[in-house]
Design a protein. Structure first.
Lengths: 163, 513
């Protein structure tokens, strides 16, 4: 889905419910916007642009404020993601163990560039800057699970069981 | 009686299969009708031995590693539950050379206790510092921290006690203690290991800080990339609250302190303290202009302590054993210990806590045993993406704030990333600019625009387009970033670039294929 299209799409009832639940979960906390966005993304996999007016209204912020925060942070996504999120570390320690080669392999294997999602909606490939596993580089995180000393072969073995 | 078997819940151990090992031990014990109690501890930090499992015996804890699921039946057959020999047997854990030679003050309990058990924590000396602090005046607590010589372990090395005193000296009002757990530097994982392996020590340190300066609310700003630490912290906070160590009446003293973990969202800049405060307030992580200092106008405009995880976790031992005890470790103006993190292309990577003063060579070769690739080590980067590259000719430099500063480098958060002789230093210099461009908050022009121009210049250098002139421009650009940036991101990005240019000029002048 293109960003323009997503902006025009209204929030469906199910998503609206989830956004409202996310807002309710953070009620009464000072400066809650980041926590709200985390809650929304945990529930929906991304922060739909159409949710921004609702979030802004409830938190008494401008839509520009909310949009500004969503777009500032690498973690927040504005489009739906694949069923599995694969994060490849690109930082120095992983570079010392040639993570660029692993990244090339992953892109070729999955047929998708970094930041992209495969057409079948199965995988989203993302760069990440340090997973704190720097003594066991290169590091990869798949659906929140961390892996160390990943080689092209072990990468293939890790993604094989994912449906 | 149940036999205690320790299998780490540390993220690195898990990344090497610790969860599968724990499950396999449990299954095998049941199959054999043996009663085993699994304890999920932190990691000892010897990552080449992970997953490292331990068994409690009458003579102490025996270690085995690195263990895979396939090793489990043979470990049972060999009698590992009684500490019997096996090809993976490492002897008594405390006698492992790389562990025994450390001076663990901050990491004293990491890998030993159940990280979320208050009972285990107290049984190993935990909360002794808080109990001492509750009997002291705020000024006495701050004085102890000042006297210990503790300097900010996040990277800036500012004296912790002076920060605290500034907050204490503000008139009574809502004040905050914030912990910077946005450990974004590549090559560092000390904060993560501590939060996963001994989170109560951080909680105790923050509670002491709150009591010292009159703050009743604390926030831990944790990076989103650390889900395991997030779980451990939340479990530990709940345990501490249930046991009366957090809340409205700490240990019946009438003192109040509450703690909340807030997640960042993948922005390196939020490790800069004012940007972190903006982010904690739910805003874009844009750097604030100083003054006012956060200690005077910090979170929500109130006086705020901003300290790194390791700084705060060093406080309990200072209070429990006294400022002099802590101060006796270290050298010159670098007092106490530093958890060094050895990473990248290294055989024996991990965390080694030592008094300041160890040399880089001792760290890389005595602990690290050389490059993982078996090749020659060409350079190390100390202090994260904004730290200088140090060539092999300077490996005899001592690891302390002043000695590294004297060679134009910095210690930062204590991470050392090793590169072998296949590294392309021009490529690493380009990467430094690229990283700055990606992570710049955009508030000041030198960083926002300079970093992008830096990438373009480096691309021309690499393509041998008007090379010498463009290298000259890189130098001038570095000068602008160094002197014109608002914070350390733009202000320090030149360090890796300039050091690469200075020590590895040949990499910038290769023939284009």
């Amino acid at each position: 889905m293109s960003a323009d299209r997503a902006l025009r799409d209204p929030l469906d009832d199910l998503s609206r419910e989830q956004v409202e639940a996310a807002l309710a979960a953070c009620q009464g906390r000072p400066g809650p916007l980041l926590q709200v966005l985390h809650e929304v993304q945990n529930r929906l996999g991304y922060v739909p642009p159409a949710a921004i007016p609702l979030i802004a209204e409830v938190l008494n912020l401008s839509r520009a404020d909310v949009h500004g925060v969503v777009t500032f942070y690498h973690h927040f996504r504005q489009a739906p993601i694949g069923r599995h999120v694969i994060q490849l570390c690109q930082a120095e320690a992983c570079r010392s163990m040639h993570c660029e080669k692993l990244t090339e392999h992953a892109q070729r294997k999955l047929g998708v560039e970094l930041h992209g999602t495969t057409p079948d909606g199965r995988y989203t490939l993302e760069p990440v800057y340090c997973l704190g596993n720097c003594a066991c580089s290169p590091a990869v995180m798949i659906d929140g699970e961390l892996h160390g000393r990943v080689t092209p072969d072990s990468f293939d073995a890790l993604i094989a069981p994912l449906s | 009686m149940n036999i205690k078997v320790y299998v780490p819940r540390d993220a690195t151990a898990l990344s090497l299969g610790a969860e599968r090992v724990a499950t396999a031990i449990d299954r095998e014990a049941r199959r054999r009708g043996l009663r085993v109690q699994l304890v999920r501890n932190g990691s000892r930090g010897l990552f080449w031995l992970e997953p490292l499992i331990e068994v409690a015996t009458a003579e102490g804890r025996h270690a085995y590693g690195p263990v895979t699921v396939q090793d489990i039946p043979s470990l049972f057959d060999a009698g590992f539950l009684d500490g019997k020999p096996h090809p993976l047997h490492l002897g008594l854990t405390e006698e492992i050379k790389e562990l025994k030679s450390q001076q663990r003050l901050t990491f004293a309990r990491v890998g030993i206790i159940d990280p979320v058990s208050v009972d285990d924590y107290v049984a190993h000396g935990g909360y002794a510092g808080l109990k001492r602090a509750l009997a002291m005046s705020p000024a006495e607590i701050v004085d102890a921290v000042t006297q210990s010589g503790l300097r900010g372990r996040g990277g800036a090395a500012f004296p912790t006690g002076i920060k605290w005193k500034t907050v204490l000296d503000q008139p009574p009002q809502q004040k905050y203690v914030t912990c910077n757990a946005d450990e974004g530097d590549s090559g560092t994982f000390a904060d993560r290991m501590l939060m996963e392996g001994d989170p109560l020590m951080l909680i105790e340190g923050m509670t002491i800080a709150g009591i010292a300066v009159g703050a009743m609310q604390g926030y831990i700003y944790l990076r989103a990339e650390y889900p395991h630490a997030h779980r451990a912290l939340n479990e530990a906070i709940a345990s501490a609250r249930a046991a009366g160590y957090l809340g409205s009446n700490i240990l019946g003293s009438g003192k109040q302190f509450e703690l909340e973990v807030r997640l960042g969202a993948g922005a390196y800049i939020c490790g800069e303290e004012t940007s972190m405060l903006e982010s904690l307030e739910g805003k874009r992580g844009e750097v604030r202009v100083r003054p006012p200092l956060p200690a005077i106008k910090g979170l929500f405009g109130r006086p705020t302590i901003v300290n790194n995880v390791i700084s705060l976790a060093s406080v309990p031992v200072i209070l429990a054993k006294g400022a002099d005890f802590y101060k006796d470790f270290g050298t010159g103006k670098s007092r106490g210990t530093i958890p060094l993190q050895l990473a990248g292309n290294i055989k024996h990577g991990g965390l080694f806590e030592r008094a300041f003063g160890l040399t880089l060579r001792e760290l890389i070769y005595d602990y690290g045993v050389g490059a993982a690739s078996g090749r020659e080590i060409r350079a190390v980067q100390v202090g994260g993406p904004l730290g200088a590259y140090i060539p092999a000719s300077q490996f005899d430099t001592a690891i302390d704030y002043e000695a590294l500063s004297a060679i134009g480098a910095l210690l930062g958060h204590g991470g050392v990333v090793v590169f072998d002789d296949t590294v392309d230093m021009a490529g690493m210099a380009r990467y430094a600019m690229e990283f700055c461009a990606k992570e710049s908050c955009g508030k000041c022009t030198p960083c926002r625009i300079g970093s992008t121009r830096g990438v373009e210049l480096m691309d021309r250098v690499l393509a041998n387009v008007d090379r010498e002139r463009n290298l000259q421009l890189v130098e001038e650009l570095c000068d602008t970033l160094l002197h014109g940036s608002l914070c350390g991101l733009g202000g320090m990005t030149p360090f890796p670039v300039q050091s690469a240019l200075k020590y590895f000029p040949e990499d910038f002048r290769k023939t284009v294929q």
